[in-house]
Design a protein around this ligand. Structure first.
Ligand code: ATP
Ligand code: MN
Length: 290
């Protein structure tokens, strides 16, 4: 099949079955991202990004990439950031649909932004709890955990939002006015995770240890550090079945059955039929971390 042009970007090999035989093709992935870009960009735009690229399709050949290269495309922008070791490197960001499509042309399947913007990378503007259930934990318990975080944040005046991860769990996200340091945000989130574990040690764990997780939900507060990422809303996951990380309204989560409840086709339909952003307020709420 000939190359096609989407959002001004030349897309090669649109027939390639990037999710394996019978799964969505590269052309369909491009069409997907074009169709949901308006929902996706408010969260994604102007944040430093890690990508999951899969030049050989799912499986073997996928890798995380956080550094910029000119070959990624004209609308894929570089931003110079300090690395952990103190050196500087060029990180990636996009701010429009052309940048997104250029990255998909380069076989990006997943988009993982930081918790801060390129304009002020040392000032986080949101926090995130990533709920990672051990095998066998029922969905209703994951829902209850997310609701409990929402309530605890609500008690201190913070409105939060929820999405499916496209995998096993849910992510709870709260925006706030920039000001607090990464360390302060991390400590704040650790405090909430620790309090939940103290109150319900038979349900929750706040340590990443897989061995100790059995039967529990890991409340991952460690995403709240400079350079840590989490998958963005509407991003596909490079996993069997092309699941999507989907922003939802709080009322929706009880009706879902798993964190992979939305796949690419469902997400397209949802993108077309949604009247309001399930995360409405994310970008405009003026709330502060205590
Ligand atoms: P799930 O519901 O399956 O846990 P998830 O997206 O929350 O889905 P996690 O394994 O919990 O997946 O990872 C949380 C986040 O950590 C990811 O979304 C990603 O942004 C980041 N991450 C995970 N693995 C890597 C890696 N190898 N390199 C860079 N970042 C990573
Ligand atoms: Mn997770």
């Amino acid at each position: 099949m000939a190359a096609l042009t989407v959002a001004g970007v030349n897309v090669t090999h649109p027939e390639r079955e990037v999710f394996g035989p019978g799964g969505p093709t590269k052309g369909e992935v491009v069409a997907y991202y074009e169709s949901v870009a308006a929902w996706m960009l408010p969260e994604l735009a102007r944040r430093p990004l890690s990508l999951v690229r899969c030049p050989g399709g799912l499986g073997s050949a996928c890798f995380f990439q956080k550094h910029h290269a000119d070959t990624l495309g004209r609308h894929v922008k570089p931003v110079v950031l300090e690395e952990k070791g103190g050196d500087e490197a060029q990180y990636i960001y996009v701010e429009d649909v052309a940048g997104v499509i250029e990255l998909v042309q380069m076989n990006t399947l997943e988009f993982h932004p930081w918790g801060s913007h390129v304009d002020d990378p040392d000032k986080p503007d949101r926090l995130i709890f990533d709920l990672d259930p051990a095998k066998g934990v029922p969905w209703k318990d994951i829902v209850a955990a997310a609701r409990e975080i929402r309530e605890r944040l609500g008690d201190i005046g913070l409105t939060s939002f929820v999405r499916t991860s496209g995998g096993k769990g849910l992510h709870v996200v709260a925006p706030f006015r920039t000001g607090p340091s990464w360390d302060a945000v991390k400590a704040f989130c650790e405090g909430i995770a620790d309090a939940m574990v103290a109150d319900a040690p038979k349900r929750y764990i706040a340590q990443a240890s897989k061995a100790k997780r059995e039967g529990l939900i890991f409340i991952d507060w460690l995403r709240n550090t400079r350079g840590a990422t989490s998958v963005t809303g509407w991003s596909l996951r490079a996993r069997e079945g092309a699941p999507v990380a989907m922003p939802v309204r709080w009322e929706e989560i009880a009706r879902l059955k798993t964190g992979a409840a939305f796949d690419m086709n469902k997400a397209v339909r949802r993108g077309r039929s949604l009247e309001a952003d399930p995360w409405e307020g994310m970008g405009t709420l003026k709330q502060s971390l205590p």
